[in-house]
Write a protein that binds this ligand. Structure first.
Ligand code: AHR
Ligand code: AHR
Length: 520
């Protein structure tokens, strides 16, 4: 066992929680009010916050339970085919999301996330955000399959916020108001962000309008520089305090707030009477760093605070919705969590093992020659092929009587992935040195120019076919985009995205390919 201070603290908290569960319940109940659920003995984030005397009053995750004793639904999805909904729960009490429920419910259609349930027992569920002062609504709902991940070795899905997407709860229970103390954390995709306002998770206005300085206190992540910013080019974790994203005490630049872009990022903000802090770290390993901790900003309106207690995800307080990001889990507390409590939460997060799904060969072996046959009913005699007239990639019927050229065009040699040898690339069977790659989301056959861009664009990480047949091929650099035929041309498509070839109709069939004997 490790003997780091953090590990010792986790063990101490666990032991304490186990031996004094009744006292924990009592302390949490007194602090959070009579309606607080009895926190379970255990070591998940909200167990740890409760043990530290700052219980969760909102707990949101589409990937796992945040209390050891939680065994309710994590989120709800709605499918396009018949508008019916399904709750997605856990594989076991206190465990991980049952992603297979979503996969079977959404097979052959598209799903959006309609509700992210509050695990705290306070009913602070996040649902489709209404229009607000900065932008109309209701906001878009997240595509349920756009942020695949693994957690604890299990497949799960995060909440993929494309610009226009937003969740909110304007009628909450137990969330800090006025100058009351609170803490919050979120696990985000540190590589998915933009400079739009404002990818937030936390406390905001109950009216969906900008009601003035200090009326918000939320985690912000992105690289907008309109208000505050930190070192480097961003993205940064900042606090959205309304009419300002703060990176520290100064309204604008604070050198101690670093650019952070861990693939899985832990972001924390906490605020109390004339004190607040920003902390962050790598959600896959290591501890937290403190990016700011001190007094309230030196600008009027932020001390005391005027928190209103709504909860937002993916938008600004006034429903500004130009931002992008991905959320996996997060919670808000009653009371100002100690650094030690937050460190213990980070230790749990790092122990869980968030990891990308974007590796694997689907059983394909470098050197293997193969052909890839479409599985959509229209096209089961058609094979993935390049076109000698240009660099396009298409599907067309190939049979034993096809010309040698057509057979060669429909034959591929599996290579170790050019950008990641845990995945694969496909070299043409008859044009040595030319690889299948995407460019502007269309598949092409191009010569390998040795650039890292080419290597990325030519690397795919095969997984079980989206329709249950053969294999599907997500791009290593766009894990939610798959090789797909559409109108007999081949694209890189996401389910229900904005390009014509992202059409949800036939998406899972068009992205599933049978591995066939090589034609040449
Ligand atoms: O504080 C930054 C943003 O300013 C808030 O999120 C929004 O309400 C306002 O536009
Ligand atoms: O690519 C052939 C067909 O074209 C696809 O099955 C369908 O999505 C599109 O109409």
């Amino acid at each position: 066992m490790s003997s780091s201070p953090t590990a010792r603290l986790v063990r101490r908290l666990r032991t304490w929680a186990l031996s004094a569960a009744a006292a924990t319940v009592l302390v949490a109940g007194v602090l959070a009010g009579a309606a607080a659920p009895a926190p379970a003995a255990g070591s998940l984030p909200c167990d740890i916050y409760a043990s530290g005397g700052t219980p969760c009053v909102a707990a949101h995750s589409t990937t796992r339970a945040l209390y050891s004793a939680y065994n309710g639904p994590l989120y709800q999805v709605r499918r396009a085919s018949d508008n019916s909904t399904r709750d997605i729960g856990l594989l076991s009490s206190g465990g991980y999301a049952n992603a297979a429920t979503q996969d079977s419910f959404c097979a052959g259609t598209t799903c959006v996330i309609t509700v992210i349930y509050d695990q705290s027992g306070r009913g602070n569920n996040l649902t489709q955000a209404p229009g607000g002062g900065a932008a109309g609504g209701p906001d878009n709902l997240a595509n349920a399959t756009s942020a695949p991940t693994t957690v604890g070795g299990h497949k799960a899905y995060g909440v993929f916020v494309a610009p226009g997407t937003g969740y909110r709860d304007d009628h909450t229970s137990g969330i800090a108001t006025g100058d009351q103390s609170e803490g919050m954390y979120a696990i985000l995709d540190g590589t998915h962000y933009n400079g739009g306002c404002c990818f937030d998770y936390g406390n905001a206005e109950t009216s969906n309008n900008d009601t003035g300085n200090g009326h918000m206190e939320a985690i912000y992540f992105g690289n907008i520089k309109v208000w505050g910013y930190g070192a480097g080019n961003g993205p940064w974790v900042m606090a959205d305090l309304e009419n300002g994203l703060f990176s520290g005490v100064d309204q604008h630049y604070n050198a101690n707030d670093p650019t952070v872009n861990h693939r899985y990022l832990t972001a924390m903000v906490k605020g109390g009477a004339n004190q607040w802090a920003i902390r962050g770290g790598d959600a896959q390993s290591g501890g937290l760093s403190t990016f700011y901790s001190g007094v309230r900003p030196n600008v009027s309106g932020y001390n005391p605070m005027h928190k209103e207690g709504a909860i937002i995800l993916g938008i600004g307080g006034d429903n500004s919705k130009g931002s992008a990001g991905t959320f996996y889990e997060g919670a808000m507390t009653s009371g100002y969590p100690s650094d030690a409590t937050e460190n213990a939460v980070q230790a749990d997060i790092a122990s869980v093992g968030y990891a990308t799904t974007s590796t694997g060969t689907g059983g394909l072996t470098p050197g293997q020659r193969l052909s890839l046959r479409a599985t959509t009913a229209c096209c089961t005699s058609d094979y993935l092929r390049h076109d000698d007239a240009d660099s396009n990639v298409a599907i067309s019927a190939i049979s034993s009587s096809s010309s040698a050229t057509d057979k060669g065009d429909a034959t591929w040699i599996v290579r170790a992935g050019l950008s990641n040898s845990a995945c694969v690339s496909f070299e043409s069977g008859n044009d040595a040195g030319q690889y299948l790659r995407h460019s502007n989301f269309q598949l092409r056959l191009n010569a390998n120019d040795g650039s890292s861009q080419f290597a990325q664009d030519a690397t795919f990480c095969p997984q079980a076919g989206n329709n249950g047949q053969g294999l599907s091929f997500p791009a290593v650099n766009y894990p939610d985009h798959f090789i797909r035929h559409y109108g007999y041309t081949v694209y890189l498509a996401t389910d229900g995205g904005s390009n014509a070839w992202d059409s949800a109709t036939s998406w899972s069939d068009d992205t599933s390919w049978a591995v066939a004997q090589p034609w040449a």
